[in-house]
Design a protein around this ligand. Structure first.
Ligand SMILES: Cc1cc2nc3c(=O)[nH]c(=O)nc-3n(C[C@H](O)[C@H](O)[C@H](O)COP(=O)(O)OP(=O)(O)OC[C@H]3O[C@@H](n4cnc5c(N)ncnc54)[C@H](O)[C@@H]3O)c2cc1C
Length: 446
């Protein structure tokens, strides 16, 4: 991995030396090879090292080759950033996973003071870039579009607010993606997809804040981290969807602190515990079955008196001794006891009676909502808020395509998203070449 003049690549012995002698605060970055979040962090780390390298010692250490130090410092994943002040006390929180620039800046403010950091950041010139196509969202739909556009030699940028891979990367195993031969972990499939996209020449910018989007025919604009302004003639919207919230009392407060929307991500924390699942569709039932690998019991709370999941999933759930059901009920309130148990107040929608369930954790699977909050322009949508396109994935705004889970349709799967990414990329290429011809004609160029 390349490092700039302001970042020192070191080993354990050198770290101990620098730690003893440095007169500056230190940031230590444990990285690994073949590590998607490390690759996403690298340009941000380098940019901030260039800005603050005279005041902070930016270090980088290869975790696999310096295991003893990693172990000593309690570092178990890459990347992990540790921050030491001038007195060599660790400050703030360690940053891991998909690290955003704003989190890194927040930590630097702890080392150098808010005023100084803001002053340096304000003096930095804003960047402006231009590409042929911006693909917003790097799930299977956006990555496939990026792959085809890269292979068509169009200057393409895939931008994701998280690491690329979308919902696939948080899916435990995928068994219906053709060509993998056998079930493949979602994380691995996502990694393979993004590698192939990069090899096709498409740039991926990930773990960034997309702060604004403007869809103006022939000049679409995306702002990243409030400082990079990117223009393109065509745009593919591929931001997928996110779990629908219940809007019950306490849901927001305990989200991530007892309430989860992802069994693959959080199931492991409930080994031999009791959990409640809210919902009764495919996701709720399939994820409940997955949770039974870890937990002692799953209580499914569903608003109707029957499940809406597919027949096979239903049959498996009914015969699983770990799964119980509470019918005709909806959650109204979430609370937490001082010893960390969740209390779920539910209402029986038929009798209107309230009751409570004490549990270790709650998983909510009540459907999805398209990620379109950034788009302020009048996109044509269906009654559920999903984007309506024609068969070429074109929306009602010129040069704007919509693909994958945010598109209006009956079924949502990775394989479908991939197909739509393909169509949009091909249609987009055609649109751009026709636009070029028109522009040349207008200019009178042969
Ligand atoms: C638990 C689970 C299991 C599944 N199992 C399967 C399966 O076995 N087989 C199958 O084919 N499908 C499966 N699916 C469905 C499949 O994952 C989705 O249909 C597919 O991922 C949709 O792809 P997408 O690219 O449209 O959206 P997503 O995968 O949702 O990707 C959207 C991307 O956009 C990014 N994004 C969101 N907002 C913004 C923004 N404002 N700016 C920039 N980036 C943004 C997100 O970070 C994300 O990376 C499963 C889904 C779930 C939840």
């Amino acid at each position: 991995m390349a490092t700039s003049n302001n970042i020192l690549e070191i080993n354990q012995e050198e770290f101990e030396n620098y730690f003893e002698t440095s007169k500056k605060p230190i940031i230590l970055d444990f990285y690994s090879d073949e590590c998607v979040p490390c690759e996403a962090l690298a340009p941000k780390y380098e940019e901030l090292a260039n800005l603050f390298g005279d005041k902070i010692l930016f270090l980088k250490i290869w975790r696999q080759k310096n295991r003893a130090l990693a172990q000593k410092l309690g570092v178990f994943s890459s990347p992990t950033l540790i921050f030491y002040d001038i007195n060599k006390n660790e400050v703030g929180k360690r940053l891991t996973g998909a690290i955003r620039k704003k989190d890194l800046i927040q930590q630097i403010k702890l080392l150098l003071g808010e005023e100084y950091v803001n002053q340096i950041l304000a003096s930095k010139p804003k960047q402006k870039r231009e590409v042929d196509v911006i693909v917003l969202g790097g799930g299977p739909a956006g990555l496939t579009a990026g792959l085809y556009l890269g292979q068509a030699k169009l200057k393409t940028l895939v931008i994701d607010q998280d690491l690329p891979g979308g919902q696939v990367k948080i899916t435990h195993m995928i068994s219906n993606y053709p060509g993998t031969g056998e079930p493949i972990s979602g994380w691995e499939l996502a990694e393979r997809m993004q590698k192939q996209v990069k090899e096709a020449g498409t740039e991926i910018i990930s773990a960034v804040d997309v702060t604004k989007v403007q869809l103006n025919p022939k000049d679409h604009v995306v702002w990243i981290d409030d400082e990079i302004e990117i223009h393109s003639k065509a745009m593919i919207l591929a931001m997928g969807s996110e779990p629908r919230k219940l809007n019950a009392i306490g849901e927001k407060e305990y989200s991530g602190k007892g309430i989860s929307y992802c069994a693959t991500c959080d199931g492991k924390y409930y080994e031999n515990k009791d959990v409640v699942v809210i919902g009764g569709g495919n996701s709720a039932v399939e994820e409940s079955l997955f949770l039974t690998k870890f937990v002692n019991s799953v209580t499914i709370v569903h608003q109707f008196d029957h499940l809406q999941a597919n027949k096979t999933a239903q049959e498996e759930a009914f015969k699983n001794p770990k799964i119980k059901f509470i019918w005709n009920s909806e959650p109204r309130k979430f609370e937490k006891t001082p010893d960390g148990k969740m209390i779920v107040t539910i209402e029986n929608v038929k009798t209107k009676e309230y009751s409570t369930i004490e549990t270790d954790g709650v998983f909510v699977f009540v459907g999805y909502t398209p990620n379109l909050t950034l788009i302020k322009e009048e996109l044509k949508k269906d009654q559920w808020g999903y984007v309506i396109t024609n068969e070429e994935m074109a929306t009602n705004i010129e040069g704007v395509y919509a693909v994958g889970d945010l598109r209006s349709k009956r079924f949502r799967q990775a394989t479908i998203a991939v197909g739509e990414g393909t169509i949009a990329a091909m249609a987009c290429e055609k649109y751009l070449s026709e636009l070029k011809i028109k522009e040349r004609e207008l200019l009178g160029v042969q």
